[in-house]
Ligand binder design. Structure first.
Ligand SMILES: Cc1ncc(COP(=O)(O)O)c(C=O)c1O
Length: 340
């Protein structure tokens, strides 16, 4: 039994999800004629209180399209130093949008409104790049799945309005935050100018992310998606997996969060574990101190027992719980960690 905690992207479609894929009604989505893609876009835009939505192949693409929509070449994007858009999108902010980045040191990936207030450049100073976009992440991947308190968003939005900044949310794991914090998705539509949500992480769909925004933004985003090569044809065969996931795999995220807490509890009891980031959702990031010396040594020793994890840095390891991790797998992992 292989137990794969490397990421929640490793989930495979369930038999019921595959059945829905075989039965999906299809059309050409570049012509706007795929009824299933249209249904997914409609469902998600209504759920979050937006006018419209756009189905794309990946979360990287929805983030990059949003950044391009909100900026002009030469502008500056404000984000946390740990954010996915900066760390893991191949320098796409510079390559696709010609923008520079102002990196802030938040609390486990979360920014405070006062930090943004100080980071905005004076628009009348010709020496400075034009600050045009703030991008937040919820949950924060490199922050161990940390979630914002919703009041923080309202304060940030206020700063954005004062300084004429657009506000984007990388919500790759937004449903994890919504479940953990018992939030109403519609509240997000009142704050953000755009949101990217992944269907292919904890929700268990094989492919796909959705960008949410107003009609003007999504019309522009559809054009940019085509330019980026992301216009897909009978994409309903993928979109239907997203619809299935939204209907069947959202509430169960609470189980992933419980599993993550159980793993964190056992790790805390081990002398070779140093710091553990607070576990709020499905990600556990912890430091290897004592006898294993490095994150790689530790992950290699677990690999021999068919338990996979990711070294995040020379000394930190990440584990992610998800749909394909059963209670039995959690119990086996706890047993193996206890023996170490
Ligand atoms: C926070 C965050 N944003 C965006 C992405 C990008 O998603 P994709 O792998 O679909 O490009 C990821 C992927 O892990 C992520 O963790």
């Amino acid at each position: 039994m292989l137990i794969d905690f490397r990421s929640d992207t490793v989930t495979r479609p369930t038999p019921a999800m595959k059945k829905s894929m075989l039965e999906a009604k299809l059309g050409d989505d570049v012509f706007g004629e795929d009824p299933t893609v249209n249904a997914l876009q409609h469902k998600m835009s209504k759920m979050f209180g937006f006018d419209d939505a756009l189905f794309c192949p990946s979360g990287t693409m929805t983030n990059q399209i949003a950044i391009k929509c909100h900026t002009q070449p030469g502008d500056e994007v404000i984000c946390d130093e740990r954010s996915h858009i900066y760390q893991y999108e191949g320098g796409g902010i510079a390559m696709n949008s010609g923008c520079s980045v102002k990196l802030l040191e938040g609390d486990l990936g979360r920014l405070h409104s006062s930090m943004i207030e100080h980071a905005v450049n004076d628009k009348s100073d010709v020496h400075k790049a034009y600050s045009s976009l703030v991008s937040l992440e919820n949950t924060c991947n490199r922050g161990g799945g940390a979630c914002y308190d919703f009041s923080g968003f309202a304060a940030i939005k206020k700063v954005c309005i004062q300084h004429d900044l657009k506000l984007h949310l990388d919500g790759a794991r937004l449903f994890n935050a919504i479940i953990a914090k018992r939030e109403n998705p519609k509240a997000y539509g009142k704050i953000f100018d755009s949101i990217s949500i992944c269907l292919s992480k904890g929700l268990g769909a094989p492919v796909g992310s959705v960008l949410l925004g107003d009609k003007k933004l999504i019309d522009k985003a559809r054009r940019i998606r085509k330019v980026f090569g992301g216009g897909m044809r009978q994409a309903g065969i993928l979109a239907v997996a997203g619809i299935y996931a939204l209907e069947n795999h959202v509430k169960r995220l609470a189980t992933d969060h419980e599993h993550a807490k159980a793993l964190a509890d056992i790790l805390k009891s081990k002398s070779f574990v140093g710091e553990i980031y607070p576990v709020e959702t499905n990600i556990i990031i912890f430091e290897i101190a004592g006898k294993y010396k490095s994150a790689k040594n530790f992950t290699h020793s677990l690999e021999k027992k068919d338990i996979l994890m990711i070294p995040m840095s020379p000394t930190f390891v990440r584990m992610v719980t998800h749909l394909d991790i059963s209670e039995k797998m959690i119990q086996k992992t706890i047993k193996e960690i206890k023996k170490l």
